[in-house]
Each structure stands twice: as structure tokens, then as C-alpha cells.
Design a protein around this ligand. Sequence first.
Ligand code: GLN
Length: 501
Amino acid sequence: MTEEFAYKSLTELRKLLDDKSVSSVELTQYFLSRIKSLDKDLNSFITVAEKEALEQAKIADDFISSPGENPFLCGIPYAAKDMFLTKGIRTTAASKILDQYIPPYDATIISKLKNEKAVLLGKTNQDQFAHGSSGESSAYGFTLNPWDKTRMPAGSSSGSGASVAAGFSPYALGTDTGGSIRGPAAICGVTGYKPTYGRNSRYGVISMASSMDTQGFLCLSVEDAAHITEYISGQDEKDATTGPVEVPKYHKNLSADLKGIKIGVPKEYFMEGMEPEVEQRVREAIKQIEDLGAEIIEVSLPNTHYGQMVYAIICPSEVSSNLAKYDGIRFGHTTKEAKDLMEVYTKSRAEGFGDEAKRRIMTGTYVLSAGYYDAYYKRAQKIRRLLVNEFAEVFKQVDVLLTPTQPNVAPKSGIAQNDPIFAYIADRLVVNANLAGLPAISVPCGFARPTDGDTPSMDGLPVGLQIIGPQWGEQKIFNVGYAYQQVTEWHKKHPEVSSGQ
Ligand code: GLN
């Protein structure tokens, strides 16, 4: 096949499929062969589900050739982070403890996409159990950044970010507990959306920190994001945290008219230590949005810098509880060495969990223990409430907030692996939206040169602009992102991906 399908919008792919210019099987083969030839060193996939993908594509083609309208995502391939349970397809959370796990059922979002007859290409690499901001805690090797293979794609949805940036899949599902969709979106130069907590179902997604876990995706434009959100959102009786809130026609309601829209720029998000060109790109983007008719208002969120510390207590507390079920009996790898029951637990967990999971289990159980609960956990929850209130106050004044997504461009590969603090530091501009359960999107807003002494051959590396909205305010963030993408081309820039062989 000579035609290029990489980087086409969902609307273009829909049209090609509806016109029968290409079949879903051909489209799927195209992406599978692109992955096969270009993903060897990028390592963005843990499992490529070739056989299952072609079967699903065949089902989509049968549907397309029957009379009637086709569902919007029908026949279009996608990828999913290895946190999403996929019936019959290995799901590891990038851990050794789940190395052999084949789920008996699909996550709700996966079954919704199956009902649409979307085609799952495979499962993407990530930080182990989504703990990290680099992809480097994966038990299946690092993922590299398609813009510069000496650098990381960020994480924890590292493989989803790299796979969309490299043109391996038009969109890829991810999870965002503390920035894990928006971080890689910014660093890989793609669009990344995290929903309002409760907008879609967590059922069948491996839990990390349940009070902050959200499921979204990385994709090529806000327009695509508005489409996908319609199909994956909504209440699910299997997840009591999903709200009885109607799912609007996000795509149909997209509007690039920003007149009368008030946009807050919180000064605390332009922090010391930001790379200067990153700040410049973000400020230019804000100016462009102002030129489109929005009113820009400087606002203050004084508790912003506590977010990262609060997260560092609440996240491991919930992680320690969620990982308790991997005991070698109910779930996960079982040791071959045990003398008694206690050793089944201890050795299975010691062998199966990576260092970062172990660190979080220890920190989490420590701050939850009787003597320290009040001093750490309870206090963190109180500050979390202040953060929630602070956002609620500011959203009485403005429609959305604009901030940088990351303070820097892609860091060098390898620096996070032995640095337990990296994962927390990298996310200081993104965790607060998780603590407060707010929707947010990161859109590409230009390129900046790194300040770590290495001059890449290109003009720089991708920078992301974060748009944060009020609870259930997805339409507002989509509209601002959409308006921006109507007058800019940053989301249409893609790296030259070589096979590296
Ligand atoms: N850096 C965060 C962490 O390591 C990201 C987590 C996430 O969003 N999955 O906890």
C-alpha cells in the first residue's frame, strides 16, 4: 500500500472508510506494518494484538458494507495503555507481577469502543502501574521520544504519547492520576485530554490512586478529542463514581468564537526554574487566544505549590491499598520459592513489584499508620479541600485557566530511572487538576530548545499549553483548544520517524 494514513484526522479516516477508498482491514494492516517497521527502538507497544485487530477490522468491514450509517469510530484503529483490561489480550500494567495476566473481561471504555466497532491495535508501554512521569519504571524497557530518541516521551502514558506522535495510531487511551496524559501529550507534541473525575468509567482499568484516577486519551487534535469523548463518556452502573450527567454532543457544539470568554492565567503556574523558551511559547499562545477575542485575566491560586506535596501523600496511600490484592494468590505472579503462606505473599510481591511500586507501598502504609495518619494523611486531605475551594472560587470569575503543561521540554532518557523524586517534580503543573477532579487538555503550542546543554538538530522540542476547566466543563476547554488550533499549525507538525536499524 502506498497511501499514507498516518496523521489523518478521524473525520478524514471516516470519510475514506465510508467511501470505500480503504477498508478497515487495509487501514489496520497499514498501522500494524508501521508499528512493525518503526517501533523497534521507540518501544511504544508492549503487546501488538495483530490477530485480534484484524478480526475486529473484518467485523467493521462487514458492518460498513451493510446498509445504514456507520458509527463514527467504526473501523478506525486505536491503541490502549496497558492499564485497560482487554478480554483475551495480555494486560500487564508494565509490571512483572502481571506479566502473564489475560483479563477475562473488557474495561467499560474498551467495550464501548468495541460496540462502536473501533479496532484495537495493541497495548502501549507505560510506567509500571502508572507510577512515574517518564515511562522509565516500565518492566518492559524505556519508550523513546519520536522527536529525539535520546530523550524520554514523558509518562506515565509514555507509549500512548509516543505512538500517537509517531503515527502508529490515530489516538491512544491513557490514564491520568497526576498528569500522565497531559505530560506525554506536551512532551510528544500531541493533544491530550483528561476528563472530569466521574465523566467516564474506571471499571476495568487497573487502579492506581482511586480518588484521582481518570481515563482519557492522546490524539491529534481537539476536534478529534471532542469526537472520542462522546463515545467513551457517561454513567456506568459498574462505577459508582460516574455521574448521572448527560453527555453533550461535544463535537457538534464546538465553537471557535471566543468573544465573551474569560480566561484566567494563574501567576503561580509560571514558576521559577521554567525553561525560558517554554514560558515564551506559552505566553505567545495566550496572546493569540486573546487576539481571538477572549478576555485574559491574571488570577491567583496561592495554594498551588502545595498540590505536589499533598499528592505525594494521598497518591501512595491509595496505591498501597490498591496494590494489596496482588498477593500471588488472588492476582499476579506466584513465587516458586515459598515455604509457607506468609512467604507466598512476601516473595511473590518482592519478585513481582518494581522499586517504585515498593516505595509507594511503604510510604503509603507509613502515612496511613495509626501514629502518622493525623500528621500526614488527614492534613493532606484538608489542604486538598483548600485547593478544591480555591479552584471553585476562581471559576466564578473565569471560564477556563491557561497554564504551561510542563515547565520544560523532553528531558534526556535515563535520568528518571534512579531518581524517585522525578515523578513528583515533573508533575507540579498538572497534579492539582487531579486533586480537584477537573477536566484539562494539553495542546501543542510550539517548540523550544532544551537548556540541558544538548542542542538537537531540529529547532527545538514540543511545548504544551494546558487548558483547565471547571467540573463538567469539557466543552469549554474543547472550545478554547479548538479555536486555538483553527489559527495555528503546531498540532500538525510531526517528527520524522526512522527505523533506527
Ligand atoms: N507522576 C505521577 C506519579 O508518578 C503521575 C501518575 C499518573 O498520572 N498516572 O504519580
